[in-house]
Write a protein that binds this ligand. Structure first.
Ligand code: 3PG
Length: 323
């Protein structure tokens, strides 16, 4: 049975696939046409991260595909309806990279508050500019967390350790439960009006596409700072640019973009108070090992034992029932 690994995953996962007797083909950075050609060669499972776009036409062109497995969480790069039509299981590995994503958010928060990337670039250019890079403390400031699921709740927990006041907007959260871990649940308008720093932790869906746009920026506190490590497309980046130029937003840190990678003439690159990383939220040794081990064992369980786990489009057995 052939498995195509089309985005880089940790070697630990490849080892599990091979030890189970699967034929592993590792080809990353494929164009859509190249991906379709590969899938026509008897591929039964594809393991992806966020770079591979498994669109409807890719799925239609894959005659033997049984499972699309995401070494990570987000599945907005997979056409799940198209997979459903062909009876293809779509699975992810929730949990394996949540701490990494949350820690990256905190790193971005601190880097933004203290101008660390800008000061580094300035020093490397031979300058010693203490006054220019005056920062601000996060101690006692209000962090607004939009979405307090797996990642947002860890961000909130870590921010409490930094002595921030944490408020959250999440229509799906139980306010009493949130209060137990020190999170005050508020309306979206309250969050936008009160937060000194805002961080977003929701998936990209039809409802969240373009969610943070001009009208939301207008409701934010003057001088707010925005951190976004969730998924490109949730923040309207043209509106963010305008909000930064006007001074409404004093700084922004993005790890994810509407277009990845962004084009070289990307407007936000021109702003000194804009910092960024290339979708690194889950890029730690620990998280990559976790998700590679998880995705490989899930693919083996399905292809060899017929057991479905962590599927988003089919009933899964409880992990506790597995040997
Ligand atoms: C995820 O959805 O798991 C994260 O955004 C990580 O994406 P990546 O595996 O492409 O780095």
């Amino acid at each position: 049975m052939k498995v195509l690994v089309s985005d880089p995953i940790a070697e630990d996962g490849i080892k599990i696939l091979k030890e189970a007797g699967l034929e592993v083909i590792i080809k990353t950075g494929l164009s859509k046409e190249e991906l379709i050609e590969e899938l026509k060669k008897g591929i039964e499972a594809i393991i992806i991260r966020s770079a591979t776009k498994v669109t409807a036409d890719v799925i239609e062109a894959a005659p033997n595909l049984k499972v699309i497995a995401r070494a990570g969480t987000g599945l907005d790069n997979v056409d799940i309806d198209a997979a459903n039509r062909k009876g293809i299981v779509v699975m992810n590995c929730p949990g394996g990279n949540t701490v990494s994503a949350a820690e990256h958010t905190i790193a971005m928060l601190m880097a933004l508050a203290r101008n660390i990337p800008q000061a580094t670039a300035s020093m490397k250019a031979g300058k010693w500019e203490k006054k220019k890079f005056m920062g601000r403390e996060v101690n006692g400031k209000t962090l607004g967390v939009i979405g307090v699921g797996r990642i947002g709740s860890i961000v909130a927990d870590r921010a409490k350790g930094l002595k921030m006041r944490v408020i959250a907007y999440d229509p799906f959260v139980n306010p009493e439960q949130a209060a137990k871990i020190g999170i005050e649940v508020v309306s979206l308008d309250e969050l936008l009006a009160q937060a000194d720093f805002i961080t977003i932790h929701v998936p990209l869906t039809k409802e969240t596409k373009g969610f943070i746009s001009k009208e939301k920026f207008e409701k934010m506190k003057d001088g707010v700072m925005l951190i976004h490590c969730a998924r490109g497309g949730i923040v309207n980046e043209a509106d963010l640019y305008e909000a930064m130029v006007s001074g409404k937003v004093a700084g922004a840190a993005l790890d994810v973009f509407e277009q990845e990678p962004p084009p070289p003439d990307y407007p936000l690159f021109k702003l000194e108070n804009f910092i960024c990383t290339p979708h690194l939220g889950a890029s730690t040794l620990e998280a990559q090992k976790n998700v590679a081990l998880a995705v490989a064992s899930q693919v083996v369980d399905y292809l060899i034992h017929g057991v479905v786990r962590n599927a988003v489009n089919m009933p899964s057995v409880s992990a506790e029932l597995l040997p």
